[in-house]
Design a protein around this ligand. Structure first.
Ligand SMILES: NC(=O)c1ccc[n+]([C@@H]2O[C@H](COP(=O)([O-])OP(=O)(O)OC[C@H]3O[C@@H](n4cnc5c(N)ncnc54)[C@H](OP(=O)(O)O)[C@@H]3O)[C@@H](O)[C@H]2O)c1
Length: 244
């Protein structure tokens, strides 16, 4: 078994997951980048990190809606470096589901990536995480507490992930710590060039700090929780005060 710590970040090919991967890699972790469709971006990230440190990053593909694929992801992760210190449940489906138009397929998709897969992945990796006194960080959302218009299924799924965080923190103690990060507005909800000044102002007006967060604000909070040895069962909102 290697002495180097290992982190698995789901949905890590781009955006918050990629920023978290870079931050943890910089802090000395070997990284398993999980992706579903974004193979090119995942491989580019792996090349970038492997150029910094040889054989320090590996990509694994899996559709987290399929529990057998979740199990294989867990096995392949452990086969990479024979240890795991940190699981970041970051992958997430996100789309609106206005009431009157919700379908069972949308339920399965939003609950699959946002709560079902994190539970089964955590369960499969718990013995390995216990061996290293490791931890789990779940990417939740401030909308697990306060509903987002027309996003009932997403908010319900994140709310389940919030409860999973609290529940597993108790159940997996004392060997594994389980915490969460709830990002506020970090990236615009659609490409910036498609946002009108009014839409941007509407979002900013709800944020006491009057600006979006930065990818590194999230990544450094995940890294902090990974190293905070006496913190478990906590969910940190990184939202510029938006949830106040
Ligand atoms: N961005 C924000 O401002 C914000 C705000 C609040 C909360 N969050 C939370 O923070 C986390 C990261 O946010 P983000 O905006 O960076 O995420 P994102 O880009 O929306 O999604 C990350 C990745 O999740 C993967 N994914 C989705 N469904 C999947 C499935 N069924 N199986 C496997 N992979 C799946 C996708 O991988 P592929 O592309 O490879 O298919 C996607 O690239 C998420 O949990 C999100 O809910 C973000």
């Amino acid at each position: 078994m290697t002495d180097t710590k290992v982190a698995l970040i789901t949905g890590a090919s781009q955006r918050l997951g990629a920023a978290t991967s870079r931050q943890l890699h910089q802090r000395g972790y070997n990284i398993v980048v999980h992706y579903r469709h974004s193979k090119k971006q995942a491989q580019a990230l792996a090349s970038e990190l492997n150029a910094i440190r040889h054989h320090s990053c590996k990509c694994i593909q899996a559709d987290l809606d399929q529990i057998p694929e979740v199990e294989i992801l867990a096995q392949e992760t452990l086969a990479s470096w024979q240890r795991l210190d940190l699981l970041v449940n970051n992958a997430s489906g996100f789309f609106s589901t206005p009431i009157g138009e919700c379908t069972e397929q949308q339920w399965d998709n939003l609950f699959g990536s946002n709560s079902k897969a994190p539970l089964f992945l955590s369960q499969a990796l718990a013995p390995a995480l216990a061996n290293t006194q490791g931890s789990i960080v779940n990417m939740i959302d401030i909308h697990a507490n306060a509903p987002l218009n027309n996003h009932t299924l997403y908010c319900m799924a994140k709310s389940a992930l919030k409860m999973m965080t609290l529940s597993l923190a108790k159940e997996l103690a004392p060997n594994i710590r389980v915490n969460g990060v709830s990002p506020g507005a970090i990236l615009w909800p659609k490409p910036e060039q498609e946002m009108t000044p009014q839409e941007k102002q509407h979002i900013l007006s709800g944020i006491p700090l009057q600006r979006l967060g930065h990818l590194d604000d999230i990544a450094s909070t995940v890294a902090f929780l990974a190293s905070a040895n006496y913190i478990t069962g906590q969910i940190i909102a990184v939202d510029g005060g938006r949830s106040l």
